[in-house]
Ligand binder design. Structure first.
Ligand code: TMP
Length: 203
């Protein structure tokens, strides 16, 4: 099974990932837990560039190509080999993040992202996409409360995140068998419980 966790900033993906990995391990299922951009050494270097306010490229086209370069390496060296030996792969973001952030949020258009996806990953889509959904107001409040310096993406405005969130919701509505929207406005325990139940159904 190939499962991705998605959602706008502050939705709680990183809080919930470890529990999902623990659940799989408690069922003796081997699982690769990874993230995008990143996962490989090459991908982590690209992540550093993209999250930085001083090193990132100025055009969304260059940004998207870097994201796909990292993704191609990630798929080739980690994701596909893991799936081929029967391991699960759980990733904190994957392709949908490019549709949501660059395609919808930054206004490049989902068709352009789709062209790259078709070229580079014609046969690989997550079996399940868990969309942690919060209002943009909650998301931005949570980012603010972290008290850390914001990365380049977190500096985006409300309209940007509204477009990204809408992409996730529309996509989930159009493919309900592959996407599950989880209301992440609720207390962490409730969200946690629902995520575990969804993943348990797959085991
Ligand atoms: P994270 O905060 O979820 O770890 O992800 C890092 C940032 O990268 C996040 O703000 C979303 C952004 N991102 C994109 O804009 N496009 C992508 O394709 C991916 C994978 C991430």
């Amino acid at each position: 099974m190939f499962v991705s966790l998605e959602g706008i900033e502050g939705a709680g993906k990183s809080t919930h990932m470890p529990a999902l990995v623990d659940l799989l391990e408690s069922h003796k299922i081997s699982c690769l837990s990874t993230r995008e951009p990143g996962g490989t050494e090459f991908g982590e270097r690209i992540r550093e560039i993209l999250l930085s306010k001083t090193q990132a490229p100025s055009s969304v086209e260059a940004e998207l190509l870097l994201l796909f370069a990292a993704r191609a390496e990630h798929v080739h060296t980690l994701i596909k080999p893991a799936l081929e030996v029967g391991s699960w792969v759980l990733t904190d973001r994957f392709l949908d993040a490019s549709f949501a952030y660059q395609g919808a949020g930054q206004g490049l258009g989902v068709d352009r992202v789709g062209e790259l996806a078709q070229w580079l990953l014609p046969d690989l889509r997550p079996d399940l996409v868990l969309v942690l959904d919060t209002s943009v107001t909650t998301a931005l409040e949570r980012v603010q409360k972290r008290g850390q310096k914001k990365d380049r993406y977190e500096e985006n405005d409300v309209e940007f995140f509204a477009r990204a969130r809408q992409y996730y919701l529309d996509q989930a509505a159009s493919e309900p068998e592959r996407y599950r929207v989880v209301d992440a406005e609720r207390p962490v325990d409730e969200v946690h419980q629902e995520l575990l139940e969804i993943v348990l159904e797959l085991i």
